[in-house]
Every structure is written in C-alpha cells, then in structure tokens.
Design a protein around this ligand. Structure first.
Ligand code: ACO
Length: 319
C-alpha cells in the first residue's frame, strides 16, 4: 500500500508589516475594533515587485531544505492561489522555472481559501495512485492586490504570504483521509467578480463579501467537515493533537474548536499576526508551529480550508 507523508514544511512572509494603526490613521476604523471582531493585530504586505511565484519560491526552498531533498527530485508541483502572477502560464510553471528545474508536472489549483487543502488532497491522490513519488504543494497569495483599500469591511482582514510542504510516497500514512466539498450556489457571498476582456477589467477586481454570512457558513462547514474527515479516517476528535483551520478570524477558529469539543490549547492560531492569507494560511500556520517545535513528528494534525465558491475541506495527517 502506498501512502503520502509530509516530509518537510516551509513558509515565507514578506518583510513589510502593516499594523491596525495604519488603517486607523486613514479609515473610519480602530485597532480595538479590528482586534475585537477579528483577532487580527498585523499582517504582512508584499513589495510591488513580488508576485505569488516569488513568495512561493522562498517557501518552497525552505520546505525542500527541511525535507533534505533538491528541487530536481520533485515530480509534481501543485500550487494553490487566487492571485496568480499572470492569467497564464500558471504560477506553478513560473515557480518551476525559478526553482531551476523542468519536466515535472506543474499546475495551479483555484479553490480560494480552501486551495491548500484541495491541493494537498490532489497531490495525495496522485502519490497513492503510484503516478508520482514526491510533490511540492504550495499555497501562495498576494491578496493585497485585490483589496479595495478604502473598504474597511474587507481590507483590514487580509495579508500576503506563502507556505509549502514536500509530500513524499511512503509505506505509512501520512495523509489518513481528506474530504473536499463545494457549493457553487454561494458564489455571491464571497467573490472577486471581475475579469479582463479586450484589455479592460469587466466587473470588480476587488474582494466583495457578506461578512456575517461568511462567518456563519464557515463555522458550520468547518465543524461538519472535521466530523466527516475524522469518520472517514475512523478516528475521533480525541485522536487529534492539533487543529489548523483556515486562519480567517479568531472568532471563527474558536467557535469551531468549541463545537468540536477540542481544548483551546490544541487550536493553532496565527491569524493574529498573519491576517487572512487565503490559500497560504494553513501551510503558513503549519510551518510556524513545526519550526517552533510545537507540532512534532508523529503528531496528528487536522488541516481545514473554507473559502469562496463556497469551497471547504479537511485533511487529517500524521506528521
Ligand atoms: N472598522 C470599524 N467598523 C467596521 C469595520 C471596520 N474595519 N468593518 C465593518 N464595520 C462596521 C460595519 O460598517 C457596520 O456598521 P453599521 O452598523 O454602521 O452598518 C458594523 O461595523 C457592524 O458590521 P458587521 O458586518 O455586522 O460586523 P461583524 O461583527 O459581522 O464583523 C467581520 C465583520 C469582521 C467582517 C465579520 O463578519 C467576519 O469576520 N466575517 C467573516 C469574514 C471573513 O473571515 N472573511 C474572510 C474571507 S472568507 C474566508 O476566508 C473563509
């Protein structure tokens, strides 16, 4: 039996830190409002010269170093992003070139904030099928580029960053179970409803959101998805050492842990200092806790995404 296992993690945050006070200086908002409603204190913002592929490159190099393998040994790259460098080619292909390798399969995956969990489940399936042996799975975003910086209801929530894992074939799981779901009838609740047509942007190029609707939907599907994934792996919440839900809002994370009966000390929270980095949020949080020595080899981690589409999903993994 072939399984896949995470054998290295890496992440990258652009150096520029933006605090809540910077918003308060030019919008009708305050540090206290943002902290109380979202838990966010600061976020990182990419330099205008940096694209998602640049952030992905740094995170990927760190993941490859942690795994002790070179980029030439990777036979599959799956990169989750909603903020690609170009319309085409894919950011995964740009990343492959920046890593200085060629030949391996490389493609982008679009599932907004669920992107990394979708990408991990996709790579896991390829590896378990025997088609590939070692995958680089990345979430990378420059969400700062699709924000209306005058809309206090959305611009305070997001940040830029990238996280990556090396997923390798092995004889023990690894990834125990993944469950992916979507409900396209919810497209209007959270979207960037624009596109480029004949050289012009048609529609809006900015994030639009029904905040309260997103909040309620996210809490419900994160709970349902955790239960469905644990059942698929024949495990219970007591078997989980760490829960890493998509880092959207501290109140969403805490409500999810509470509904699952998970002790607060097992809940990973990084949204306070990263903001919501969409597809990058789960691998960023994973890498931060691995490097801090909090998440250790042999521990079981439930990774969860939820985002525009709506899309959602979970993967239960042993590190
Ligand atoms: N500063 C001050 N006031 C604000 C701000 C702000 N940054 N943003 C909104 N307000 C105001 C609103 O205009 C409204 O004012 P009004 O009463 O005069 O109309 C008031 O605050 C209350 O607005 P609500 O939307 O009811 O506030 P709520 O408590 O729901 O908090 C928030 C808003 C933080 C967006 C919350 O709904 C939320 O976090 N939702 C989840 C959204 C999310 O996580 N999106 C990320 C993408 S989705 C994903 O990643 C899964």
């Amino acid at each position: 039996m072939i399984y896949s296992r995470i054998v290295g993690t890496g992440s990258y945050l652009p150096p520029r830190v933006m605090t809540n006070l910077e918003f308060a200086a030019r919008l009708d908002t305050s540090d206290a409002w943002i902290r109380e409603r979202t838990g966010i204190v600061q976020r990182h913002i990419a330099d205008p010269a940096q694209g998602s592929s640049d952030l992905a490159l740094q995170a990927s190099r760190r993941a490859l170093d942690a795994a002790g393998v070179g980029a030439e040994s990777i036979d599959l790259i799956v990169l989750a992003t909603s903020t690609p460098d170009y319309i085409f080619p894919s950011t995964a292909c740009l990343l492959q070139a920046k890593l200085g390798v060629k030949g391996c399969a490389a493609f982008d995956l679009q599932a907004v904030c669920s992107g990394f969990v979708y990408a991990l489940a996709t790579a896991d399936s390829f590896i378990r099928s025997g088609q590939y042996q070692r995958a680089l799975v990345i979430g990378a975003e420059v969400f700062s580029r699709i924000l209306d910086w005058n809309d206090r209801g959305t611009c305070v929530l997001f940040g830029d960053g990238a996280g990556a894992v090396v997923l390798a074939a092995g004889s023990k799981p690894g990834v125990h179970a993944s469950v992916l779901r979507a409900d396209g009838s919810q497209v209007d609740m959270l979207s960037v409803p624009g596109n480029v047509c004949n050289g012009r942007v048609i529609g809006s190029p900015f994030v639009q959101m029904n905040g309260q609707g997103v909040f309620k939907f996210a809490v419900k599907v994160l709970e349902d998805s955790a239960r469905e994934t644990l059942a698929a792996a024949d495990m219970t919440i007591e078997d989980v050492d760490w829960l890493i839900p998509h880092q959207a809002n501290v109140r969403i994370l805490e409500a999810t842990a509470r509904k699952l009966g998970l002790p607060a000390k097992k809940l990973v929270v990084t949204v306070d200092h990263h903001g919501n980095t969409s597809a990058a949020s789960v691998p960023l949080a994973l890498d931060e806790f691995v490097r801090a020595g909090k998440i250790r080899g042999g521990q079981r981690v439930l990774l969860q995404g939820v985002g525009g589409g709506f899309t959602w999903g979970s993967s239960l993994v042993t590190l």
